[in-house]
Design a protein around this ligand. Structure first.
Ligand code: NAD
Ligand code: LMR
Length: 340
């Protein structure tokens, strides 16, 4: 009975579509920024993932404690903590998947772009190390501004001769998670039954939820759709303001990051038809990077999927986001060119 209870508690704790595929292969996952607000709960959630055999927790400081703590959870993976730059190589070596929540978060009144200068440098140095120690790993970029940090990562990998567009992902899953939750509230359905694609990027109006494609479908008014869209776009700011100077979303981001990492691992392990939204190199629009549904496979992105038919409201949103998204992408590329 005790073991049945334990199994059902674990199952309901993670009552998400994830974590269902068999353990299979050895998979090493590294979390960079593992001692932070996102890093700690994300490390815990990755410890619960049966596909992970080795969990490598890296930060500039504090990771031995986080690793010791997380390592006592009785799941498959072996956990190791690494602190400081001289341990970064060992943390990364042999990784199949690297998740990056390293960097400063927003305070009230700031935009994600206000984080650019500090986080660009952090992302650049971490990606240089990835290029050196685990060039074939999938990279899940969480650090903001995602619309610029992903292009910076691409430039770093290109400059090191290891860029493969199939392996670089901007994590936009929190936008999907929010769109699902807010939609479920308005449509009066169970949030865990909802799906809503979110396209574009990860900042303000560049976040474009496609409620016209939401399932299960509901007859929401135009005003309701407008309010839901705005709330999804401002979801990060809602949390930043509620935390009143103590940072941005960490727990919901850890959940979203764990969902996306789980999908990447399933793809690597050959599970068919794994599809998630992500900000990736793309030809779906004229922009070089764009978030849309992506099919995940053994090499990362197997196919970048189009976004299907849009409502007139969504078409307007798509046109409206392009200028900002283009300039955020270009800002990242330009910064890298000048940073040498
Ligand atoms: P935090 O300050 O709590 O944690 C960041 C961690 O990064 C700290 O532990 C810090 O020591 C570490 N760090 C700093 N420089 C590093 C380096 N060079 N190498 C390794 N680690 C380093 O911040 P947080 O709340 O965890 O947020 C982290 C980032 O994630 C922020 O940029 C935030 O804006 C972003 N974020 C993105 C999303 C998204 O949807 N993509 C959601 C929430 C937050
Ligand atoms: C979010 O969407 O919660 C993150 O991008 C953090 C932020 O600054 O809003």
């Amino acid at each position: 009975l005790r073991s049945a209870l334990r199994r059902s508690a674990a199952a309901s704790y993670m009552s998400i579509r994830a974590f269902a595929s068999p353990p299979g292969q050895q998979r090493k996952v590294a979390v960079l920024g593992a001692a932070g607000g996102i890093g700690q709960p994300l490390s815990l959630l990755m410890k619960l993932n049966p596909m992970v055999s080795h969990l490598s927790l890296y930060d500039i400081a504090g990771t031995p404690g986080v690793a010791a703590d997380v390592s006592h959870v009785n799941t498959r993976s072996e956990v190791k903590g690494y602190a400081g730059e001289d341990q970064l190589g060992a943390a990364l070596e042999g990784s199949d998947l690297v998740i990056i929540p390293a960097g400063v978060p927003r305070k009230p009144g700031m935009t994600r772009d206000d984080l650019f200068e500090i986080n660009a440098g952090i992302v650049k140095s971490l990606c240089e190390a990835i290029a050196k120690y685990c060039p074939n790993a999938l990279v899940n970029m969480i650090s903001n501004p995602v619309n610029s940090t992903v292009p910076i990562a691409a430039e770093v990998f290109k400059s090191k001769g290891v860029y493969d567009e199939r392996r670089l992902f901007g994590v936009t899953t929190l936008d999907v998670v929010r769109a699902r939750t807010f939609y479920a509230g308005k449509a009066n359905v169970n949030a865990s039954d909802v799906d809503v694609p979110v396209i574009g990027g990860h900042a303000g109006i560049t976040i474009l939820p496609l409620f016209s494609q939401a399932t299960p479908s509901a007859n929401l008014s135009a005003d309701e759709i407008t309010a839901l869209t705005k709330r999804t776009q401002d979801g990060g700011t809602e949390v930043v303001e509620a935390k009143a100077g103590k940072g941005s979303a960490t727990l919901s981001m850890a959940y979203a990051g764990a969902l996306f990492a789980d999908a990447c691992l399933k793809g690597l392990n050959g599970v068919p038809n794994v599809v998630e939204c992500s900000f990736v190199q793309s030809t779906v629009t004229e922009l070089p990077f764009f978030a849309s549904k992506v099919k995940l496979g053994k090499n990362g992105v197997e196919e970048v999927l189009g976004f299907g038919p849009l409502s007139d409201y969504e078409k307007q949103g798509l046109e409206a986001l392009k200028t900002e998204l283009k300039s955020s992408i270009e800002k990242g590329v330009k910064w890298h060119a000048n940073s040498k």
